[in-house]
Design a protein around this ligand. Structure first.
Ligand SMILES: Cc1ncc(COP(=O)(O)O)c(C=O)c1O
Length: 353
């Protein structure tokens, strides 16, 4: 006998990037937005804080769902919100993959195997190709399928024609294709239009990156009413109020301020591409990124010493220990000012090919 359940003893939890106490570091290790959220957010939060915090929130987050629907050109009944996209991903794993075999690339968001363990999913991986692109034919050996697009931590975007093939394959087998679009705002394409044809495609999104609200924990899915109904069944078996009143108001204000978001996203993309070009010109390998981070080959064997050297210079980046990822560092795009410093330091410490 033990106090803990077998499940609590068995799980290997997800390990998030470090959240340092030292605020002087250039913190570019967890893909946060380096800029503040829209000024509309603080106004919206202040109004709610004055007014209605003694009351439970709207469990459907209807006003937020409507705003998300409007901006994405979909019907409000196709949107479902949760406490960060980590939570909506968890609900999706429970709703569509529990008790089934799930196929995903071997290098992808590392929460997927954790949720698989938690929800009894038989998690099968298909290696990325040598150039770190997704092996679409390989993924089509099974279903349902989970695909982060753009992928993390590589940053590479899979073209929509290929995503469509996966949607059609999953549909032919009565299965769901989950497309995790945490970074879609930084990419040129999204799978949203696929939803007009495929009722088995579920897209997850987050306010943590493009809308600078990682601290608010807001995520959502877009999918057919049938998929949304299954998400609700899971939510209402766990926590009927995943988004508090402040988060609902903040999210609505942020997503409706499209001009502000576009400006910041463009700035981040410009700084990302400028850093990438400098590194590539110096002979350092960098993967093509459609996200707010760069995946940089810092060493032929193991980038851990480069990560340490950068830390000693006051720059915090992410290193992964999986054998295939060891030579690489994931570098979130910071402010324009910070990226000038970061680029120089990467040039100093990263090995050229
Ligand atoms: C691919 C991917 N999906 C989902 C998430 C989780 O985002 P959230 O902050 O909304 O939980 C992340 C966070 O880094 C991510 O990289």
């Amino acid at each position: 006998m033990a106090y803990e359940s077998d499940l609590a003893l068995r799980l290997t939890p997800y390990v998030a990037g470090e959240q340092p106490k030292n605020v002087k570091l250039i913190k570019i290790n967890t893909n946060e937005n380096p800029y503040p959220p829209s000024p509309r957010v603080a106004e919206a939060i202040a109004a709610v804080a004055q007014d209605s915090l003694r009351l439970y929130p709207d469990m459907e987050a209807s006003a937020l769902c409507e705003a998300i629907a409007r901006v994405n050109g979909v019907a409000p009944e196709c949107v479902f919100c949760g406490n960060g996209s980590d939570e909506v991903l968890a609900f999706a794993f429970a709703a569509f993959f529990s008790g089934k075999k799930l196929v995903a690339p071997d290098v992808t968001y590392s929460f997927y195997p954790v949720y698989s363990d938690l929800f009894g999913v038989d998690y099968q991986t298909v290696p990325l190709k040598a150039d770190f692109t997704v092996d679409v034919e390989g993924l089509m050996q099974g279903c349902p399928i989970a695909l982060a697009n753009p992928n993390a931590p590589t940053g590479i975007l899979l073209a929509q024609g290929e995503v469509r093939k996966l949607a059609a394959h999953a549909k032919a087998h009565d299965a769901v294709l989950l497309v995790d679009e945490a970074y879609a705002a930084f990419a040129s394409e999204t799978a949203v239009r696929l939803l007009e044809e495929y009722d088995n495609v579920l897209i997850t999104r987050t306010f943590s990156k493009s809308h600078a609200l990682a601290g608010m924990r807001i995520g959502y899915v877009i999918g057919s009413p049938r998929l949304i109904a299954a998400m609700r069944r899971i939510r209402d078996s766990f926590n009927s109020y995943p988004l508090d009143r402040l988060a609902q108001a903040a999210g609505k204000a942020a997503i409706l301020d499209t001009a502000y978001t576009e400006d910041r996203v463009h700035q981040i993309c410009r700084d990302r591409d400028a850093c990438r070009d400098r590194l590539k010109d110096a002979g350092i390998t960098v993967l093509p990124s459609a996200t707010n981070f760069l995946f940089v080959k810092a060493d032929a064997e193991d980038a851990a010493p480069v990560q340490l050297a950068l830390r000693q210079e006051g720059i915090l980046v992410r290193h992964f220990k999986a054998p295939r990822l060891k030579p690489w560092l994931r570098v979130t795009v910071g402010t324009t000012e910070d990226m000038a410093i970061v680029t120089e330091k990467l040039l100093k410490y990263c090995k050229t090919e």
